[in-house]
Design a protein around this ligand. Structure first.
Ligand code: DUC
Ligand code: ZN
Ligand code: ZN
Length: 477
């Protein structure tokens, strides 16, 4: 067995930090050792000696590899497919210090759930640089898909299901269907993930805007007002309560109105959780989506970016500190401008929805630490430890004996310049994060004990990443 010692760094967990060495045996963390212990035990005497490879982490943070529980590789959307394959997307994730993703297998309205899951396995198997799991999108709730949900939890390691209150005719579920799916999840112990936007009302606003000749990308946000996110979030919470306090996870939260609903429900003891994404913490209608001409298409995503004058970003950062928001994911859903976003030239509603960020979440959120928005420990917790626990990824998101040796060595004295020609490995012809300069830098990344990034080089292999069968959420008894 290959042994590796990550030596001399500060190991940071969700609850604290200390100088320690991490001993890896094969794919697993064998021990976390106090300084000097490795020498005392004869594991190393300095340098790369014996069977033990040494990674020097002096003056660096040693943290669990990032866990991004919301990605869409190759998602069919708006007449095209998200531009990252599992190969390119998981390689970009590795470049960003991420060692596990959970992607969404798709059942669209009228399709079969088991076929959708099989298709996702076929896309991912043998292609991934890092480990991966699947949630299942249920785009058509009926007797067959309800049976499939139970089967997936019991047999396939797919223990969470995304429902949509938006996108009528594609993924949309009505309130009765949502209630039925929630009741089913109540029996199996699964988590319901909700895209909470009132899609029926939004479609009316979209049609009215287009009829007025309002076709620019910014109208994407104006026709998806924050109230429609708040209302749908509240409705999802009430339905989950009626279904028997079924665990509910609100995805890609962008609005203060939605945050208030989640906070209130959590204070009343309901099993409600939520995530936000870097785009909602940093970007806005004014600075990105409303850029002249068609430029704003780069930032068309749903839920949409919000106005910087309405305090959503301030509230979301606070929500992260207060644990009203438990997780930061990316909703990584990249589309190129050429031939993809361009499908919506002259009609914002035809622009494929999505932003690519899987490579930059750890970097962007570390800047939140530097800016005083969250602690170093909370960075680790929201980007690794909690997402792993939330979605039953045993052995992920922690540095502890027995855990998978998924490790990010982070250089706090480094610097990262994001953008094309700078740091950019996602399969996109632009970056939604062009020009962002952030403190800190990915130094070394290990996936199950194998180095995949070192010295600014990808040294991993396609197919190293394995499918992870997930258990039930660890937040529930
Ligand atoms: N939102 C996006 O921005 N893209 C894909 C699906 C979604 O819900
Ligand atoms: Zn969504
Ligand atoms: Zn999504």
């Amino acid at each position: 067995m290959t042994r590796t010692l990550v030596k001399g760094g500060t190991v940071v967990s969700a609850t604290g930090r200390s100088l320690a060495d991490v001993l890896i045996d094969g794919e697993t963390i064998a021990a976390v050792l106090a300084p000097g212990q490795a020498e005392a035990l004869g594991i190393v005497s300095g340098g790369n000696d014996g069977d033990t490879a040494v990674i020097d982490a002096t003056d660096k943070y040693v943290v669990p590899g990032g866990v991004d529980v919301h990605t869409h590789m190759e998602l069919p959307f708006g007449g095209t497919f998200a531009s990252d394959t599992f190969e390119t997307g998981t390689t970009a994730a590795a470049w960003g210090g991420v060692t596990t993703i959970v992607d969404f297998a798709v059942q669209r309205t009228g399709e079969n759930v088991m076929d959708g899951l099989a298709e996702w396995h076929a896309k991912a198997e043998g292609n991934c640089a890092i480990d991966y799991g699947f949630h299942q999108i249920i785009g058509g709730v009926d007797e067959e898909s309800l049976k499939a949900m139970t089967y997936l939890v019991d047999n396939e390691g797919v223990t969470s299901f995304k429902l949509f209150m938006a996108y009528p005719g594609v993924f949309y579920a009505d309130d009765g269907q949502i209630l039925r799916a929630m009741q089913n999840a109540g029996e199996s112990g699964a988590m319901i993930m909700m895209h909470a936007e009132n899609g029926i009302a939004i479609d009316v606003l979209v049609a009215q805007a287009l009829a007025r000749g309002e076709t620019d990308p910014k109208f994407h946000a104006f026709t998806r007002p924050a109230e429609m996110e708040g209302e749908a979030t509240n409705r999802a919470i009430q339905l989950a309560k009626v279904a028997g306090n079924v665990p509910l996870y609100i995805v890609h939260m962008s609005a203060s109105e939605a945050l208030e609903e989640v906070a209130a429900a959590r204070h009343k003891g309901q099993n409600v959780f939520a995530e936000t994404c870097p785009q909602y913490l940093y970007l806005s209608i004014e600075d990105q989506l409303a850029q002249p001409g068609f430029e704003g298409a780069k930032w068309v995503c749903s839920t949409p970016l919000r106005s910087k004058h309405e305090n959503h970003r301030r509230d979301l950062w606070k929500g992260l500190r207060m644990n009203e928001l438990a997780v930061v994911s990316t909703d990584h859903c990249p589309f190129c401008m050429k031939d993809q976003k361009e499908l919506g030239l002259g009609n914002f509603s035809a622009i494929p929805n999505g932003i690519g960020s899987v490579e930059h979440r750890m970097e962007l959120l570390y800047q939140g630490v530097v800016n005083g928005e969250m602690t170093l420990e909370r960075w680790v917790e929201t980007c690794g430890t909690t997402p792993a626990r939330m979605f039953g990824l045993a052995g992920k998101g922690v540095i502890a004996p027995g855990a998978d040796a998924d490790i990010l060595v982070w250089d706090p004295n480094g610097h990262t310049s994001i953008g094309l020609g700078k740091k950019h490995h996602m399969n996109m012809d632009h970056s939604a994060w062009e020009g962002f300069e952030v403190d800190g830098k990915v130094d070394t990344v290990l996936s199950r004990g194998t180095v995949v990034i070192e010295h600014d080089t990808y040294v991993g292999t396609k197919g190293h990443g394995r499918f992870v069968k997930r258990g039930l959420s660890e937040y529930l008894v």
